[in-house]
Ligand binder design. Structure first.
Ligand SMILES: O=c1[nH]c(=O)c2ncn([C@@H]3O[C@H](COP(=O)(O)OP(=O)(O)OP(=O)(O)O)[C@@H](O)[C@H]3O)c2[nH]1
Length: 210
């Protein structure tokens, strides 16, 4: 069984839509380090979660990166949602920016305690992610680093007035191709979303690994 590590049921719903019953939620609040990128946060979280669960884990770290704010709230998206709220983030964009472009990013970090093949993975073409995926970056939890494999997905859109009541988080204020993510059902959102794209890469790779 693959454990999808998150406290957010919305993420699990979307993962199960894609991966089916092969995944179940592990409601584990791993330590989120401070970093400008999602990848090191997810990688460290996957190592901590694997040590905790002792079974294969998939950590999902996501964020909304507003172009005109140099990527803010980015890795701090959950904090901004909890403190300011989604509507205040939208008003901030409205008040401060002419450029409403933003992107959602999702990094999935997989760890099962086993090393990965050293050959370049044809599915995972993002150089930065592939470099991090070797597990060569410092593991601050133990002297022997646990290998972690990373998969990234991105969707580019715009911040708009809230519409729709599906999804979760910033979905109502993020528009892609004329519709907000909250106006899409789970399958429609997965087809274009940051999480869906990362899940697709992971799914193709995971089938080969089994
Ligand atoms: O509109 C959205 N559509 C999405 O598809 C989406 N995915 C994540 N988010 C938001 O971005 C932050 C992630 O923070 P995050 O990765 O730390 O997750 P989290 O704190 O919700 O749970 P956990 O997985 O850490 O336990 C939180 O504010 C989430 O609401 C999304 N918002």
């Amino acid at each position: 069984m693959l454990r999808y590590v998150t406290t957010n049921p919305g993420k699990v719903r979307e993962a199960r839509e894609y991966l089916g019953d092969a995944v179940s939620q592990l409601d584990f609040d791993y330590t989120e380090i401070q970093a400008a990128d999602l990848a090191p946060i997810a990688a460290r979280g996957a190592r901590e979660a694997y040590r905790h669960a002792e079974e294969p884990v998939l950590v999902d770290d996501a964020g909304l990166f507003v172009r005109g704010f140099d990527g803010f709230p980015g890795p701090y998206s959950a904090y901004a949602e909890d403190t300011l709220g989604v509507e205040a983030v939208r008003r901030l964009v409205d008040a401060e920016l002419d450029d409403r472009r933003a992107e959602f990013r999702c990094v999935l970090a997989y760890c099962d305690g086993e090393p990965f093949a050293a050959t370049p993975d044809p599915v995972d073409r993002d150089d930065r992610v592939t470099a991090a995926a070797t597990g060569a970056e410092r593991d601050d939890q133990e002297t022997e680093p646990l290998p972690v494999k990373l998969f990234e997905g991105v969707v580019r859109g715009e911040i708009v007035e809230a519409r729709g009541d599906g999804g979760f988080g910033y979905d109502p204020i993020f528009e892609y191709d004329g519709a907000t993510l909250a106006e899409m059902d789970a399958a429609e959102k997965n087809a274009i979303s940051h999480r869906g794209r990362a899940l697709e890469k992971f799914g193709e790779w995971f089938v080969e690994r089994q």
